[in-house]
Write a new protein. Structure first.
Lengths: 115, 425
């Protein structure tokens, strides 16, 4: 089964990291990516720029409405995601728990709706 | 006539002991929860038709499983989209992991101890998966393992029937859509997941045991089902001391069930209970199960709670209870599961062991900490200690405070009676 693992955390905490802390975190993500690729679980994944760079788009009565920022103000923001192919939810949970961000914020495990 | 009554009793007995196994086996072989439940139901209906003329089969469980599986097979074959599923079904049966349903032992399943997991155990771990809400876990366990109907479960938890029906549907959908596995978790997940299963079983028991309002019959059904699940778990996981600990705890509490309320339905405190009404056989069983757990020298919170229950259950009266031992056990329990409620219970035990003054000082310190604000048993405990110390005026105030927070009519009647006794003394 395929799942999206949404990495959610308070992005102000991540922005406040020192250069060394940031580099250490990136190294952990690189190791995680390599491990999961070798295991054949990881399909894709990306880091997202912070919500300050986000744009929200809506179409109402045929008009495109554009606004600054994320679609909802929340305490934690989505900072990245992985798409994984796992045997079942237990494996997805195990993989999610290994994402370095899991110890800082929250990972939301969402099954992909196969059409 | 008596023959048909015998058959009905045999089907009812088979329902209690075999329902979970039949459903669990069908879920594994078909992968379809609704189909499994429906075909299990049909198999029991078929037993009511056939057994009066054919006789009660030697192994009712195997008969029911085979009948239900044949039903499932027929229905899948008839369904237009069934072709793939049948192929799948055939594949699964060929894999050879499919041979533990012809065992008709009641609870002890040799297949489970020889390494082939019992289907009921798989079902239990799936129903109690932490990705499901606790309400959903409880409802699913009662429906699929215990065979309670949706209206029965709705009544037990005081929710409207459509709400409960929707809860069950959503839970089954989540199991399918989120890919919750149907298996006993691997060793590294087992402790955590076993804890989740035990938590659901204990919650069921408490729901039946603690609340004194609501439908009594439904409530005692919950206690009985929880103990039945506990026995099944203990038979399937005989090496897990906490599983035995939970079973011992439930059996020991249940031994006192009849003595907890008087003829008028009023609560009787442990101290005042007529101990001749305790079920001695159950006490002996509980103590024996607890001893078996403790021999493994891996203590845990259920074993400690069972040990406390055993201290009470084996004491001839409140005075000769080993309160020092109980206080020490609450100390241990607080290390496993730190909580102000455990500390309150410990204070009560110390009050019994060393005098109400010592206990009251602990209770007042807890009160001052604010960690038990709004907990209704705090003023009730204070009131009881003040009464024992003869500080009547303060006791009256505390009973009034407790009365204002009481949760059930039975509690209110108990506290009112205490207040009345103080006023007339």
């Amino acid at each position: 089964m395929r799942y999206v693992l949404l990495i959610c955390a308070d992005e102000s905490g991540i922005q406040a990291m020192s250069e060394e802390e940031g580099a250490a975190m990136m190294a952990k993500y690189a190791a995680f990516g390599q491990e999961m690729t070798e295991r054949g679980v990881l399909q894709t994944g990306e880091r997202l720029r912070p919500t300050i760079d986000a744009t929200t788009v809506r179409v109402r009565d045929g008009e495109v409405l554009t606004s600054d920022g994320p679609f909802a103000e929340t305490k934690e923001q989505i900072g990245g995601y992985y798409v994984v192919d796992c045997k079942d939810l237990d494996e997805a949970i195990e993989v999610a728990a290994k994402i370095p961000g899991a110890s800082l914020g929250t990972i939301e495990v969402r099954p992909i709706w196969d059409m | 006539m008596s023959r048909s009554i015998d058959v009905e009793a045999a089907v009812a007995q088979a329902f209690r002991s075999e329902w979970g196994r039949v459903v669990a086996t069908l879920i594994r072989t078909t992968g379809d929860w609704d189909l499994a439940e429906e075909c299990a139901q049909e198999a029991f209906a078929r037993a009511l038709e056939r057994w009066p003329t054919d006789g009660i089969p030697e192994r009712p469980g195997a008969w029911l499983t085979t009948t239900a599986r044949n039903r499932a097979f027929d229905r899948l074959r008839r369904a237009a989209t069934g072709a793939n599923k049948i192929r799948e079904l055939g594949m699964r049966s060929l894999r050879g992991d499919d041979d533990n349903d012809d065992d008709d032992g009641l609870d002890v399943d040799p297949a489970a101890t020889s390494g082939v997991a019992d289907d009921r155990l798989r079902l239990m771990f799936t129903c109690c998966h932490p990705a499901l809400s606790i309400d959903a876990r409880v409802a699913l366990t009662l429906r699929t393992l215990a065979g309670l109907t949706t209206p029965e479960i709705a009544r037990a938890f005081l929710v409207p029937e459509p709400t409960m029906a929707q809860r069950l549907v959503r839970a089954k959908h989540k199991i399918r859509n989120a890919g919750i596995p149907y298996r006993v978790p691997p060793a590294h997940m087992l402790p955590e997941r076993t804890g989740a299963v035990l938590g659901v079983v204990y919650l069921l028991f408490n729901e039946g045991y603690a609340a004194s309002d609501g439908d009594d019959l439904v409530r005692s059904t919950l206690c009985d089902e929880a103990i039945r699940l506990g026995r099944t778990l203990a038979a399937l996981m005989p090496d897990e001391p906490e599983v035995l600990g939970l079973l011992a705890l439930m059996v020991l509490h249940n031994a006192r069930r009849d003595a907890r309320v008087d003829e008028l339905g009023d609560l009787v405190s442990l101290e005042e209970q007529d101990r001749t009404r305790w079920d001695r056989g159950a006490v002996e069983e509980g103590v024996a199960v607890l001893d078996a757990a403790l021999r493994r020298s891996e203590p845990g919170p259920y074993q400690v709670q069972a040990a406390i229950a055993a201290c009470h259950a084996t004491a001839p009266d409140a005075q000769s209870t080993d309160w020092h031992e109980i206080a020490a056990l609450y100390d241990t329990l607080a290390r496993f599961t730190p909580s102000p409620v455990v500390e309150l219970n410990r204070a009560v035990a110390i009050a019994m062991a060393e005098g109400p003054e010592v206990g009251l000082a602990l209770v007042d310190a807890l009160d001052a900490s604010g960690r038990l604000r709004g907990y209704r048993l705090l003023p009730a405990t204070r009131a009881d200690l003040l009464r024992r110390m003869g500080r009547t005026a303060e006791a009256v105030d505390a009973y009034r405070a407790a009365l204002a927070m009481a949760a059930t009519d039975a509690e209110r009647r108990y506290l009112s009676r205490r207040l009345g006794e103080l006023a007339s003394s």
